[in-house]
Design a protein around this ligand. Structure first.
Ligand code: ADP
Length: 509
């Protein structure tokens, strides 16, 4: 087993790439270091597999790396984008402090208590010297304060992070969430990228979860599958552009649900939203970003590594929205399609078997003692065998008559742009991942269609997913369907919405 000990200077990072079937154990021997904004405990072993990781240190650290890496190198001092991240965080904290102050002013007798800095960096030091990218943020910060001063709103920042695929969006979101959580904030993280499922739901879903410092893991970050019940909606595909009408629809539903949650909880409202978007930024993707900004009432946009997108967003969004450009970190890795496929399979596996189940699998295969059992109790997924007549499977189709060119001149289509249709159960459904839809009791039975142009199942479009299952077997002889679900107990509903995503138990390694 290869062992390397690396001494990192202050304000530098160690970048590691680990293959999917290899495992690397990292231990901080001296100093303080963090991954995705979360501090590593000195002397504790952290296992990584199928990962590209940056271990950052503000003041220097000695780190031991055991195992085979694909790449392992340290940057020089200041050769990272962490200062820009910290500056963005400082700006968001200022906004949260401002919101908290307004809340306490509006509550008679309540005293305002400023948040202490818990990042291990003295308060005066948090604002790093502005570089080209972050000085833009300071500028818009002042502009925002001027624009918003008279409205005396008590809400924290609603931040949208956007940029092309592999520009570092997820990393930035995870770090901003972790920094906020380390200061006792509870922002809501919204993942609108159905590509990899970074929010406790499998790929194919978009989701929101409250950032929970106590359940964060260094390997997953503070936002990686740590919430018991993320608020999730099913897109059914990993590419939003495959059914953009459905994507827009579920984004709007998720935005409404988030607004309700924040409205009902002052702590969440003050901490605000941190929204990750997909890499779909050109053409219709740009319009989709504008719809996202409007649906979530975004007031701050961080654009990674895309000058034109930055300029276009600045021109298209109202002046009260702060738009800033941040540089792409030199450590961000371009992920090949094969890597994405494996990362996706790993995420689905972890959805059913628990965080780090992939790493546990490698240990088991290698017949080695696991350090993980102590820290991460595995999930025990359950198998449900249900008769066909108890289960209803649906699919969302783009409305057939969207193409108005086929209609007589002057006539528009009367069909809903999205139609939910029932799907007959057959062996073709094996390996399909499906959302279990919440339905109200009176919706359990097929509702009569509101008109000939709407489907009787249309209400499912507006329903959050109660969870996700995968079809592991269909027996046409016994007329039964077997489903794998992440936990035992009955399914919350037998209304299943399928998409295009497929997963096989054997495909995660
Ligand atoms: P995006 O969300 O824009 O697609 P990510 O934040 O997921 O981009 O980054 C792409 C890949 O690069 C991920 O595997 C991530 O872990 C890795 N990565 C990001 N920043 C660094 C870094 N500084 N050092 C090493 N790997 C990094």
């Amino acid at each position: 087993m290869t062992t390397q000990t690396l001494v990192l200077q202050g304000e530098s990072e160690l970048r590691l790439e680990v293959d999917f079937d290899k495992i690397v154990v990292v231990t901080v021997k001296e100093g303080i270091a963090e991954v995705l904004g979360l501090e590593l405990a000195q002397g504790k072993e952290y296992a990584f597999a199928g990962a590209k990781v940056a271990i950052y240190t503000w003041f220097g650290a000695r780190v031991e790396v055991v195992g085979e890496t694909t790449s392992c190198y340290a940057t020089g001092r200041g050769e990272t984008t962490q200062h820009a991240t910290l500056n963005a965080h400082s700006y968001l904290e200022t906004r949260r402090d401002e919101a908290a102050r307004k809340v306490s002013e509006s509550i008679a007798g309540a005293s305002y208590k400023a948040c202490e800095t818990g990042l291990g960096i003295a308060k005066g030091e948090t604002a790093m010297p502005a570089d080209e990218s972050t000085s833009a943020l300071s500028g818009v910060c002042a502009e925002y304060s001027k624009a918003c001063a008279p409205t005396s709103e008590c809400r924290g920042p609603r931040v949208l992070v956007c940029g092309p695929t592999d520009s570092g969006k997820s990393t930035l979101c995870a770090t901003l969430c972790a920094y906020a959580a380390r200061l006792g904030r509870e922002p809501v993280f919204v993942d609108l990228d159905p590509g990899l499922g970074d929010c406790g739901a499998p790929p194919g879903a978009i989701a929101a979860c409250r950032v929970d410092r106590d359940r964060a893991t260094v390997q997953e970050g503070v936002v990686g599958g740590v919430d018991d019940a993320p608020l999730a909606f099913w897109v059914g595909s990993t590419e939003p552009q495959e059914n953009s009408a459905l994507y827009d629809h579920v984004v709007e539903q998720l935005a409404k649900a988030c607004a309700e949650r924040l409205h009902a909880d002052r702590t969440l409202d003050v901490s605000g939203l941190i929204i990750n978007s997909s890499g779909w930024v050109d053409g219709d993707g740009f319009q989709s970003l504008l719809r996202i900004a409007s649906a979530f009432s975004v007031d701050c946009v961080l654009v990674l590594a895309h000058d034109r997108l930055f300029a276009d967003l600045r021109a298209a969004l109202p002046r009260t929205v702060a738009v800033a450009k941040l540089a792409r970190s030199g450590g961000v890795v371009q992920r090949e399609p094969a890597h994405r496929r494996r990362a996706r399979n790993k995420k689905v596996h972890e959805y059913f078997y628990g965080p780090q189940s992939h790493v546990r699998g490698i240990y088991k295969n290698a017949d080695k003692e696991t350090i993980l059992e102590k820290v991460l109790p595995p999930l025990a997924p359950a198998t449900h065998e249900l008769p066909f007549k108890k289960v209803k499977v649906y699919q969302v189709m783009a409305g057939a008559a969207r193409d108005d060119a086929m209609l007589p001149v002057g006539q528009a289509s009367l069909l809903e742009p999205l139609q939910v249709v029932a799907v007959p159960i057959s062996a073709a459904l094996v390996h399909t991942v499906m959302a279990v839809c919440h339905v109200d009791e009176d919706e359990g039975e097929e509702a009569p269609a509101a008109s000939s142009t709407t489907s009787p199942h249309q209400h499912l479009l507006n329903r959050a997913a109660a969870g996700f299952v995968v079809v592991t077997n269909v027996s046409m002889d016994a007329q039964t369907l077997t489903l794998l679900a992440p936990c035992s107990g009955g399914l919350p509903s037998c209304h299943l919405l399928m998409g295009k995503l497929e997963w096989m138990e054997s495909s995660y390694t």
